[in-house]
Design a protein around this ligand. Structure first.
Ligand code: FNR
Length: 374
């Protein structure tokens, strides 16, 4: 059988998946506005990609207004957003799929145009990212220097994660994933270039990991640890991130997370930039999943420039338990079916990744009816 490893069952927390072709979290900037509320178009998109026993990790969802950094990203902090997400989760469950929500705080990658009272974005330290922010009106302007969170404010941010986790439960998700990758807030705390704090959240590796662990524990109070996943990008450079010596930091963080019996660890391989903006941007970095596998006893999901063949090989080598596909899931709503049948894959159009309506979102073709029946 073709790609047999991808189509063997897998237990993730309390769930039995029927295959290992997961959908990676993908920001598409198409929520209903005002209010950044999931709408009918988003329901159509996710239900096109749902499969019986398949896992979707829904796009990064801001946990509060201050957590937001891009326009039209569907949040998980207002009651209308909960109602909107419920229509998405109901549609995925109607076909027997599972859906986790990615909890997201962008930290310094925001812009004051998104912030309550047009305040500066917050971050572990007042260090501006190099590059361009997305303003609330879809313009690109240089990042502002963020305001460093005070020690006492940090517990408020952790409370926002917990509230968002509760909202996700109410919205009918099957679990949540903490976005600890790609240069956003959790990673800004982890990495020494973005965290020069001198309190309990900065300095040593243990201190820099504290925020991630406190967020994880507080979200797990709502969900139980076995329905919480964590996404990390140890070798990533997205959004002006990148730890000079990633191994000691990420070995410690993963070792600590391993004590919590989480649903899964989700690692982004350095073969693709975190946000998939380049085809290949680091050829020199090691394979994260292979490297950290020995210290992660639970389910390990990997993402980053996988093809069906390389995914199957990683599974058969025992490096990973499931593979999350990003760009290929954008352009192939029926990706698991195509892989299982060995059918050709649609190419994606980068120009329609972010923002817009149905074009490049819900209009990628499925296999023909004849092919489906063969
Ligand atoms: C992403 N990626 C991403 N990652 C994440 O953790 N949360 C997110 O919301 C997004 N959003 C997003 C949007 C778009 C348009 C792209 C292309 C990528 C990264 C994504 O999940 C994945 O890790 C990369 O795309 C690499 O995997 P592929 O595309 O090579 O399979």
């Amino acid at each position: 059988m073709r790609d047999q490893f991808l189509f063997s069952p897998l237990t993730v927390g309390p769930y039995r998946l029927s295959h290992r072709v997961a959908m990676a979290p993908l920001t598409r900037m198409r929520a209903g506005r005002p209010g950044d509320i999931p709408r009918a178009l988003n329901v159509e998109y996710y239900s096109q990609r749902a499969t019986p026993g398949g896992l979707i990790i829904a796009e990064g969802s801001p946990i509060s207004e201050a957590a937001k950094g891009m326009p039209a990203t569907p949040g998980i902090y207002s009651s209308n957003q909960v109602i909107g997400w419920r229509t998405v989760t109901d549609a995925v469950h109607a076909v027997g799929g599972r859906i986790f929500l990615q909890l997201w705080h962008v930290g310094r990658i925001s812009h004051s145009s998104h912030q309550p009272g047009a305040a500066l974005p917050v971050a572990p330290s007042a260090i501006a990212a190099i590059g361009n922010a997305f303003t609330a009106t879809f313009e690109r302007v240089p990042f502002e220097t963020p305001r460093a969170l005070t020690t006492s404010e940090i517990s408020g941010v952790i409370d926002s994660y917990q509230k968002a986790a509760r909202n996700a439960l109410e919205a009918g998700f099957d679990g949540v994933e903490i976005h600890g990758a790609n240069g956003y807030l959790v990673e800004q705390f982890l990495q020494s270039r973005t965290n020069v704090r001198v309190d309990a959240y900065g300095g040593s590796i243990a201190n820099r990991t504290r925020f991630l662990l406190e967020v994880t524990r507080s979200v797990a109070e709502v969900w139980g640890t076995d329905r919480v996943g964590v996404r990390l990008s140890p070798f990533g450079i997205a959004n002006d991130s990148g730890e000079v010596e990633p191994l000691p930091l990420y070995s410690f963080a993963i070792h600590e997370l391993a004590k919590l019996n989480l649903a899964y660890l989700h690692l982004i391989e350095p073969r693709a930039s975190g946000a998939g903006q380049a085809e290949v941007d680091r050829k020199d970095a090691p394979t994260a999943s292979g490297l950290f596998r020995p210290i992660w006893p639970g389910v390990l999901i990997a993402a980053g420039n996988y093809t069906p063949a390389s995914a199957n090989a990683a599974l058969s080598d025992g490096w990973v338990d499931a593979v999350a596909f990003g760009r290929l899931f954008i352009s192939n709503p029926d990706l698991p079916e195509r892989i299982r049948k060995g059918e050709p894959l649609n190419a994606y159009n980068r120009a329609t990744f972010y923002g817009g309506e149905a074009e490049g979102y819900t209009d990628y073709p499925r296999l023909g009816v004849a092919a489906l029946e063969s």
